[in-house]
Design a protein around this ligand. Structure first.
Ligand code: PPY
Length: 247
């Protein structure tokens, strides 16, 4: 069993993938969208990607990939919520901190700390990619934000922990595969064609959150415990359930 997830080894998504698919081998890709699409293209058996977090309702690249024509046939059948915690890494003998590298979701979740630091933020493909980058550059004005405990592996000093502060650190990850069977669950993802009254119809069976849109398709997340049959009945022929999972 090969599971695609954002790499390199040690990203938050990698940790979630190990929880969602214990014992599977991981295939590291560059973006959440690549993880979804590699599974759709039969390059891997399953994928794991971040769906939402405490600061961004939904993660754009994941939602956009799920709404693409290529992702037809993928089904999300598992999910996990992680309390992620961020550390600051610096090269040895670092000077004043001027530039901080990390994944956009991480930079958003440490926003308060970042503003206080006065450093400039630069986005990388993942948190661990940021660590690799500053280790390679060896520039004494740089820092990288990523998961705790990776200093020795990259020859970096972990100089500060828990940059997220009190409450900004929840991330929800989903896992799926081609044609995975869907069962009763706490949450559902539905893909609908842009029908005018669909939101109201779905609201009759559950709490509806808009995840995103692409072309004539919209992705909604339904919470609050409707039955799978009730969700399907509300959708009628305007869309389909593509995910059923709990957090
Ligand atoms: O870059 C990573 O390590 C990721 O897995 C993406 C991410 C970043 C911040 C919070 C959750 C996931």
């Amino acid at each position: 069993m090969r599971v695609a997830c954002l790499g390199p080894r040690g990203t938050f998504t990698h940790m979630a993938a190990e929880r969602l698919y214990p014992g599977a081998s991981t295939v590291f890709v560059q973006t959440h969208a690549d993880a979804v699409l590699s599974c759709a293209r039969l390059e891997t058996d399953a994928f794991v990607a971040a769906l939402s977090n405490s600061v961004a309702d939904y993660i754009g690249p994941t939602v956009q990939a799920l709404l693409s024509d290529e992702a037809r046939g993928l089904r999300i059948d598992r999910g996990t919520v992680s309390l992620v915690s961020f550390s600051l890494y610096r090269p040895p003998q670092a000077g004043a901190l001027k530039v901080v590298y990390s994944h956009p979701a991480a930079l958003a979740q440490v926003g308060d700390w970042l503003r206080r630091s006065g450093a400039r933020a630069v986005e990388t493909d993942s948190t661990v990619a940021a660590l690799a980058l500053i280790a390679l550059e060896g520039d004494s004005a740089t820092g990288a934000v990523g998961p705790a405990g990776l200093g020795p592996e990259y020859g970096l000093d972990e100089v500060e922990v828990r940059l997220e502060g009190e409450s900004r650190n929840q991330t929800r990850f989903i896992g799926g595969a081609r044609e995975a069977p869907l069962e009763e669950a706490a949450r559902y993802l539905v893909r609908v064609r842009d029908a005018a009254d669909i939101r109201a119809r779905l609201a009759e069976v559950g709490e509806v959150h808009l995840a995103g849109r692409r072309g004539e398709y919209r992705l909604f997340e339904l919470v609050g415990g409707p039955s799978l049959a009730a969700v399907r009945a509300a959708l009628a022929d305007t869309g389909e359930v593509i995910g059923a999972y709990g957090f």
